[in-house]
Ligand binder design. Structure first.
Ligand code: ZN
Length: 408
């Protein structure tokens, strides 16, 4: 009898230890995976900056321009050739790093479903797409630079506003299908569940799609994308296959929160406002620093890497500012999800499951989160959700009013 009892307790303890052990290993794995990606990412940014700096400082930029000018007389063609050569050089230099983070690490941590060939192909597609989008923008930039001189940043910010509107609009219908197959949701139970949630938010269930995320990765994700008529919610098949209807509904409610709170429109508007400011700053810094590198004209193609250097530096300020806004939107969408589904426990559970599946760092260093994270860490999200839940279920007057005001 006593022996049995000991066996039982022993069994319990072993089970607990094994579970803790696995959890600890998983947490350590997630930490290591995210830290490696962070360090490599920062390293890559710093090296890019230094290489480009040396490229101009040591006169190679001028040399490349002179070399191209021997054969190309049209300045626009020359500009494009100049940009493409630097871009190609960067791709070659960073190919090993990109292979390491994009392919090797993903396989090492058992997150990838891609063969090497497939990975290469997807990258090639991404490069072509960014070229097709990027080249006209570059040409527009060079045009306004030549046409408007010192105030080029003003018309260029206007151009970028239209670009962001058009890109947001065509993203789910033109760009996304290049990478993924989008299909309507076919699970009837889920569909009727989505219908109820979507109706309340004023979006049609036909606008909720599944995409074949599993062809590339074991990670799961969902997103709200598009603008106007193209707005839609997309759910990874990796999410649909491994989560219950309740769990999926909580994710959809979050995405609907992004829609209801008009986050895409706000992103475009705030992004445009900030681009006026940052482009003005970049234009100013570019102009006053030209002669440090021995240039005299802002339209000199060989001097343009200086402009790129400044935009990289400004980006260091922009990144955390953009992320602060993005995290605010995530909290708002979480709050909406909690209110609409009325089940914070399921939502919290789903977020935890997703973080584990995606090998997310549950508790990154606060500075790392503040600077780099577009989404709050799971720990902060759960704390906030618990707060929303508490406020929306009971506690009258003061605290509920605060939340309402916060949304207005
Ligand atoms: Zn979100």
């Amino acid at each position: 009898m006593l022996n049995n009892h000991f066996d039982y307790i022993h069994g319990k303890i072993t089970k607990l230890l094994t579970k803790t052990h696995i959890t600890i290993f998983k947490v350590m794995d997630a930490k290591r995976y995210n830290n490696i990606k962070l360090v490599v990412g920062i390293g890559k940014a710093v090296v890019s900056f230094l290489l480009l700096f040396l490229f101009v400082w040591l006169g190679y930029s001028r040399e490349l321009y002179g070399y191209l000018a021997e054969d190309i007389s049209n300045q626009y063609l020359l500009f494009i050739a100049f940009v493409l050569i630097i871009g190609a050089a960067a791709s070659i230099i960073f190919a090993p790093v990109n292979y390491y983070t994009g392919y090797y690490l993903e396989h090492k941590y058992n997150l990838s479903n891609q063969t090497f060939g497939k990975w290469l192909f997807e990258n090639l597609k991404a490069s072509v797409v960014s070229l097709v989008i990027g080249l006209p923008i570059m040409l527009a930039f060079y045009f306004v630079l030549n046409k408007f001189g010192d105030i080029w940043w003003l018309p260029f910010a206007v151009v970028m506003f239209f670009v962001s509107v058009v890109l947001s609009q065509i993203f789910p219908v033109v760009i996304l299908p290049i990478f993924y197959k989008l299909t309507p949701i076919d699970n009837e139970e889920l569909k009727s569940r989505i219908e109820k949630l979507a109706e309340k938010a004023g979006i049609k269930v036909e606008n909720v799609y599944k995409f074949d995320m599993s062809k590339n990765t074991k990670k799961a994700n969902a997103a709200f994308t598009g603008l106007g008529k193209t707005k839609r919610i997309i759910l990874g098949d990796t999410l649909l296959e491994n989560y219950s209807v309740d769990e999926i509904a909580s994710v959809i409610a979050h995405e609907l929160g992004h829609y209801k709170k008009k986050h895409i429109v706000k992103n475009i508007l705030i992004g445009t406002a900030s681009s006026f400011l940052t482009l003005f700053l970049i234009a100013f810094l570019y102009k006053i620093s030209l002669n440090w590198f021995g240039f005299t004209s802002i339209t000199d193609i060989a001097a343009l890497p200086v402009l790129a250097l400044w935009s990289m530096l400004i980006g260091v300020i922009q990144t955390p500012l953009g992320n602060i806004l993005s995290r605010k939107f995530e909290y708002e969408a979480d709050e909406y999800a909690v209110k609409e589904t009325g089940s914070p426990e399921i939502f919290i559970n789903t977020l935890e499951k997703l973080t584990e599946q995606n090998l997310g760092d549950k508790e990154p260093h606060p500075f790392v989160e503040w600077f780099f994270y577009s989404h709050p860490s799971i720990k902060n999200r759960i704390n906030a959700i618990k707060k929303f839940a508490l406020l929306s279920t009971g506690q009258p007057s003061e605290s509920s009013d605060k939340i309402e005001l916060g949304n207005a």
